[in-house]
Design a protein around this ligand. Structure first.
Ligand code: SAM
Length: 283
C-alpha cells in the first residue's frame, strides 16, 4: 500500500469499506480522523529516531502512523486479531512498526520490553482505560513517559485537587508515581464513530522517586483506600471501618498531626504519607 494519510475521515471511511470492517464498540474502537491530533500525541511522546515506544490499540494504524513517522521503533499491542489484515497493508511502508496481536494486559511485557527505557502512547479503549493505566504505571516496567488519550472525566480525576469532587484514589495512584500535564481536549467529532464524551490527552512522566517517600507503601495505599472507600465518613471512623482499633487510630492521627474529624477526601498526598509513617512507627 502506498503511503497515505490515515488519520482523516476519507481514509478511515475508505478502509472500513474496503476491508468490510464492523467496528467493535465493546473493544472501544473509535478511530481518530484528525491529523493534527495524532501529530500532537506523537510530539508529546518526545520521540526521536530509534526511541522505543509502545502503543496500546493501534486499530487501523491512525496514531501508529504518526508515531512511526518520527523514526521511533513502535511496538503496538492490538487485541483484535481481525485487524491484522488491515494493519498489514496500512503499516507496510513502516518497517519500524511491529504489531503484537495480544491483550496488552496479558502480554509478557517484561520480556517484550526488556531493559531499555520506553515511552508509551495510546488512544486508550474507554472500557478498560483505568486498568491499563494503573497496570502500566504501578508495574516495574521500564516506561518513563505515558501520553494517553482517555475520557475527559477520567483525566479530570487524575488531575484533581484535594477536596474536589473528582479527587480520589485514582488521583493519588497516578500522581504518586508520575507528574501529570494536560496536552489537549478532543471533541467527539475527531473520531469515527463519535464517542458520547469529550476526550483528553494527558502526559504522565514517571518520577525519579514517588511523590511522597513513605516507610511502607502498602500502609500508605491502605489508608488511601480507607479514605476514599468511605468518602462520607470522617477519617477517624473510616480508619475504624478499615480495621484499625480506635485507640491506635487516635494515636496515629495525633502523631501525624492530622485531624481525624476531617474526611479523607480532603487529605493531600503528604498527609496520607505522614499517616502511613505514623502507623508504621506505632505498629
Ligand atoms: N489507535 C487507534 C486510533 O487512535 O484511531 C485506535 C484506538 S481505539 C480507541 C482502541 C483500540 O484498542 C482498538 O483498536 C481496540 O481493538 C484496542 N484494544 C481494546 N482493548 C485492548 C486490549 N486489552 N489490549 C490491546 N488492544 C486493545
Amino acid at each position: 500500500m502506498i503511503e497515505v494519510e490515515l488519520a482523516n475521515r476519507q481514509a478511515v471511511q475508505y478502509i472500513v469499506r474496503r476491508f468490510n470492517l464492523r467496528l467493535k464498540h465493546k473493544l472501544g474502537q473509535n478511530f481518530l480522523i484528525r491529523p493534527d491530533v495524532v501529530e500532537a500525541i506523537a510530539r508529546a511522546a518526545e520521540l526521536d529516531e530509534g526511541t522505543p515506544v509502545m502503543e496500546i490499540g493501534p486499530g487501523i494504524g491512525t496514531l501508529t502512523q504518526a508515531l512511526a513517522r518520527t523514526g521511533a521503533e513502535v511496538t503496538a499491542f492490538e487485541i483484535d486479531g481481525s485487524l491484522e489484515r488491515v494493519l498489514t497493508h496500512t503499516m507496510e511502508p513502516y518497517p519500524n512498526v511491529h504489531i503484537v496481536y495480544e491483550d496488552v494486559l496479558k502480554a509478557d511485557l517484561p520480556h517484550i520490553l526488556g531493559n531499555r527505557e520506553w515511552h508509551a502512547a495510546a488512544n486508550l479503549p474507554y472500557y478498560i482505560t483505568t486498568p491499563i493505566l494503573l497496570y502500566l504505571i504501578q508495574s516495574e516496567l521500564p516506561i518513563s513517559l505515558f501520553v494517553f488519550m482517555m475520557q475527559k472525566e477520567v483525566a479530570d480525576r487524575i488531575m484533581a485537587d484535594p477536596g474536589s469532587k473528582a479527587y480520589g484514589a485514582l488521583t493519588i495512584a497516578v500522581q504518586y508515581y508520575c507528574t501529570v500535564e494536560k496536552v489537549m481536549d478532543i471533541p467527539p467529532t475527531a473520531f469515527i464513530p463519535r464517542p458520547a464524551v469529550t476526550s483528553t490527552v494527558l502526559k504522565m512522566r514517571r518520577r525519579e522517586q514517588p511523590a511522597v517517600i513513605v516507610k511502607d507503601e502498602s500502609l500508605f495505599f491502605n489508608l488511601v483506600k480507607m479514605g476514599f472507600g468511605q468518602r462520607r465518613k470522617v477519617f477517624a471512623n473510616a480508619m475504624k471501618m478499615g480495621g484499625i482499633p480506635a485507640d491506635l487510630a487516635g494515636r496515629i492521627l495525633e502523631k501525624a498531626g492530622v485531624d481525624g474529624k476531617r474526611r479523607g477526601e480532603t487529605f493531600s498526598m503528604e498527609e496520607y504519607g505522614r499517616l502511613a509513617d505514623a502507623w508504621y512507627d506505632l505498629k
